[in-house]
Write a protein that binds this ligand. Structure first.
Ligand code: EPZ
Length: 439
């Protein structure tokens, strides 16, 4: 297995490029299943989740080619003849569940494994199932699989209210609705930019959708969608992560540039909280310039669906609070158990208290390098951020979590002045007196 080793205390400086959005790319790939022909997707990040989802599409019969240099993906979905997403892949990545809507929309039937829980707790899919049922699907459970069928080969469309406004359920319902026989309405739909960009791609393919970016999305089903060439948007969570990295690890007064970004996708809540810490930032086209303040001020946050503070940035914000002056808290109302990174940060000396869905802490704190374990994607990157400001070496184990969602993280950070390297290690090695001495 691989780990990242970070020597703390080096200032982050210069320019960091932002990759294409992982979560939007997964939606776009699912959308390609609906089009009989070759869809070309640009600005696709080279990540493990993208590779996993490529396998999911191949199982269904698509041919997927990806060039990691140009970041262009070609999906030939002329032949989709095996409408199934197996457990082995769905368990690795929940977004594989998008195949339910995509296969129903394309083939009128689907057999997709239920995803189960994830590293930080239960993540239900009840809204995906109830919504597709409301659009006409007949759904049964069979040995851990959802078996869905559209009577007569096409969904009829319908009306469904999401509570809460789930990103994934909005996507699955859109995938099902765009080729339905009739019209559909998704109420309390997700507003996340990923969903809006995905909806625009469907429109370009010929889908008739109104209300993207509002709480009510109306869809008029069409007979078929056409393949298109579409450019994926930049990754908003990677941008937020590097803005936080700049604020905590940059030299006061210095400016760090994040290029190829789309800052409006971060939402007002994050930008406002970031501004209140005292870190200055400006936008110029697709470049975000972050100027590092002398001192960061603590700002408490509470996650919420877009345009609220993203749950995918709360672990990183905890590290920011540890470096800021004053008391603050991080509350997650979207995933109330998403705090597996906190005990790992405590191994680095973090003093914090988790109560229910909230972590309380007071800064600034001195963190020390340690061996820490990745538990999930965003939690893992919070350990890397802590490593940037910790004294000594931090070893972040189980880097495969990071490889799911941060393209070339160590390459980008080392080009920006950070001493970081990837090493392989034996997770199950038994320590001997000699190895203990080496450490
Ligand atoms: C998406 O997950 C993202 N994943 C997540 O990013 C992100 O954390 C999440 O949205 C919230 O922004 C992808 O885009 C692939 P939800 P998703 O359905 O769609 C409840 C990352 O790190 N809910 O919007 O699975 C649910 O429990 C990942 O990149 C139901 O109750 O999230 C949660 O409280 C992790 N029933 C809330 O909705 C359902 O059927 C929002 O979840 C579905 C969801």
């Amino acid at each position: 297995m691989d780990k990242l080793v970070i020597e703390g205390g080096r200032p982050l400086r210069g320019t960091i490029p932002i990759s294409g959005s992982k979560n939007t790319a997964l939606m776009l790939m699912a959308g390609a299943v609906l089009a009989d022909g070759v869809t070309v997707l640009e600005n696709i990040p080279h990540l493990r989740d993208i590779t996993t989802f490529s396998h999911v599409l191949r199982i269904a019969g698509a041919s997927v080619r990806f060039d990691p240099e140009t970041h262009v993906m070609r999906i030939d979905a002329t032949r989709i003849d095996f409408p199934e997403a197996p457990y082995e892949l769905v368990k690795q990545m929940r977004a594989s569940f998008y195949m339910l809507g995509a296969l129903l929309g394309r083939c009128g039937q689907a057999r997709v494994s239920l995803p189960g829980g994830c590293a930080w707790g239960p993540r239900p899919v009840n809204l995906h199932l109830e919504g597709l049922r409301a659009f006409g699907a007949e759904i049964e459970l069979d040995q851990g699989y959802v078996v869905a069928r559209a009577p007569g080969g096409r969904l009829r469309g319908g009306r469904f209210r999401l509570e809460p406004p789930s990103v994934g359920a909005t996507v699955n319902l859109l995938l099902g609705a765009v080729t339905a026989r009739g019209s559909s309405r998704i109420e309390n739909a997700a507003l996340e930019p990923d969903v809006v960009v995905f909806g625009r791609a469907l429109q370009q393919m010929g889908a008739r959708i109104e209300g993207l970016g509002t709480r009510t999305i109306e869809v008029e089903g069409v007979d078929a969608l056409q393949p298109v060439t579409f450019r994926n948007c930049p990754d908003r969570i990677e941008l937020g992560t590097f803005m936080i990295a700049a604020a905590i690890a940059g030299s006061p007064g210095d400016t760090i540039y994040l290029t190829g970004a789309e800052p409006s996708h971060l939402g007002e809540a994050f930008l406002e909280a970031f501004r209140q810490t005292g870190a200055a930032f400006t936008f110029d086209g697709d470049t975000v310039a972050v100027t590092v303040p002398e001192r960061l001020q603590a700002v408490s946050i509470e996650t919420a669906p877009y345009p609220g503070f993203p749950t995918d940035l709360q672990a990183q914000w905890t590290v920011l609070l540890s470096q800021a002056e004053g008391a603050g808290f991080v509350r997650d109302t979207v995933y109330p158990d998403r705090f597996k990174h906190v005990p790992e940060l405590m191994r680095m000396g973090l003093q914090a208290r988790v109560e229910g869905n909230t972590v309380f802490l007071e800064g600034p704190q001195r963190l020390q390098g340690a061996h820490v374990m990745s538990t999930d994607l965003r939690g893992s990157v919070s350990l890397v951020l802590a490593g940037l400001v910790a004294e000594g070496e931090t070893h972040v184990l189980r880097v495969y979590h990071l490889d799911r969602g941060y393209e070339n993280l160590e390459g980008k950070l080392s080009a920006a002045g950070i001493a970081i390297r990837r090493e392989s290690y034996d997770e199950f090695a038994t320590p001997t007196p000699e190895s203990a001495e080496e450490n």
